[in-house]
Design a protein around this ligand. Structure first.
Ligand SMILES: NC(=O)c1ccc[n+]([C@@H]2O[C@H](COP(=O)([O-])OP(=O)(O)OC[C@H]3O[C@@H](n4cnc5c(N)ncnc54)[C@H](O)[C@@H]3O)[C@@H](O)[C@H]2O)c1
Length: 370
């Protein structure tokens, strides 16, 4: 277990000072003793204010993660020092991660707060252990939960305009390319960027790529979104036809296994592959298992394929948060204030809702955005 350094505490102080909306939203938390909440999110320093707010209100937390690549060990250590139970560390194996999800369910939470739907889905394989309600904050998670016969209410706060429209649309693209430039020491000038997926994340990735100098082609499987991309002024193509001229292939689909060895082998020498979708499963890295990559720069993994070099960024993990800082603090303050409002609604009102997915009601979060 890593310890909490004084520089971490200084950084946390800075983070908290930059989040006035979240601070304000947390004032709604009254005493909630012995309320058991399982958390399965990214464990970045920016998440601390809301989890610490729950601990301060007397809640009991079990903390695991939706992605071992984005865990900051000092964040876990800090939350444990404040009374949380945790089973998460940076770089845990798939088996260790799956075991930690099992432990979170065996801990018998009354509530789940998560990104990615894993805990709620797992609970539904063995329901009946007293879960009252859950909340979900990602498109991938919402898509997963829509396929389940939910036995509890689940608050969906991903589909809120203010969450998707700011975080997904503006922050991911900007911060992914910022991390790309910092990690590779390159900009996108003279580079062909091929973007898979034109949801709000993809739209932001395309716009920011142009701002960083790139020439963007969109690949979309949904004909309506393909048209939107075309009307937004992007070149639209089939993936196979552009692979050999692609300098940076970006995956922003929320789907599993959209890029595999077959696609990677067709990329030009020196091409990059970057994932910004929720799960590292967007890239079928298991198909590259026979190649020993070299980390030529931090988070830049060189995979020699067919006499060429392809650079898999962060080994396929969500790049903006694994190799970069993720959202700016001011933007994340909005997201976290919505999440705090959502948690308050989850803990105090969700038990009155019928089982199934519910969009987080306006009165739970809008007051905190003023
Ligand atoms: N990196 C981050 O910080 C961050 C932040 C928010 C959301 N996300 C994640 O990013 C992903 C995308 O989010 P979104 O809100 O844009 O989702 P979305 O579902 O609105 O858009 C995804 C698009 O990808 C398309 N698509 C799916 N499979 C495809 C394929 N094989 N080829 C081409 N297109 C394909 C879909 O048709 C859809 O239009 C999700 O996994 C979401 O959880 C990441």
């Amino acid at each position: 277990m890593s310890h909490v350094s004084s520089s971490f505490l200084q950084q946390l102080n800075w983070v908290q000072n930059q989040m006035p909306r979240t601070r304000n939203a947390l004032t709604a938390f009254r005493a909630l003793p012995k309320t058991r909440i399982a958390i399965c999110t990214h464990l970045d320093i920016k998440m601390i204010p809301v989890f610490e707010g729950l601990l301060n209100a007397g809640c009991e937390l079990f903390i695991t993660t939706c992605d071992p690549n984005t865990v900051r060990d000092e964040v876990v250590a800090y939350l444990v020092s404040k009374g949380a139970e945790a089973d998460a560390w940076h770089g845990m194996s798939e088996a260790q991660w799956r075991a930690s999800l099992q432990k979170a369910i065996a801990w018998q939470p009354s509530f789940i707060c998560e990104f990615g739907g894993e805990l709620t889905a797992l609970y539904h394989q063995q329901p009946g252990q007293g879960l009252i309600a859950a909340m979900e904050g990602t498109g991938s998670g919402v898509a997963k939960l829509k396929k389940l016969d939910l036995q509890t209410p689940v608050l969906n706060w991903d589909d809120l305009d203010a969450k998707e429209g700011l975080h997904n649309r503006h922050m991911v693209g900007l911060t992914a390319w910022q991390a790309f430039c910092q990690r590779t020491h390159l900009t996108l000038h003279e580079k062909q960027v091929t973007l898979l997926g034109y949801g709000l994340v993809g739209q932001g990735v395309a716009a920011a790529a142009r701002a960083y100098g790139g020439c963007v082609t969109v690949v979309e499987r949904d004909p309506a979104r393909r048209l939107m991309a075309a009307y937004d002024g992007w070149r639209v193509a089939e993936l196979e036809s552009v692979l050999s001229t692609t300098d940076v292939l970006v995956s922003a689909t929320g789907a599993v296994g959209v890029v595999g060895r077959q696609e990677i082998e067709q990329l030009k020498d020196g091409a990059f592959v970057m994932n910004v979708g929720h799960g590292s499963g967007e890239i079928r890295t298991q198909e590259l298992a026979d190649i020993t990559p070299t980390e030529v720069m931090p988070f830049v993994f060189d995979y020699p394929v067919n006499d060429r070099h392809v650079y898999l960024l962060a080994n396929g993990a969500m790049f903006n948060l694994t190799a970069g800082f993720g959202d700016s603090l001011n933007a994340f303050d909005v997201t976290l204030a919505i999440m705090a409002g959502g948690l308050h609604c989850l803990l105090t009102e969700a038990d009155k809702l019928p089982a199934g997915l519910h969009l987080l009601p306006d009165n739970a979060w809008k007051p905190w955005l003023a």
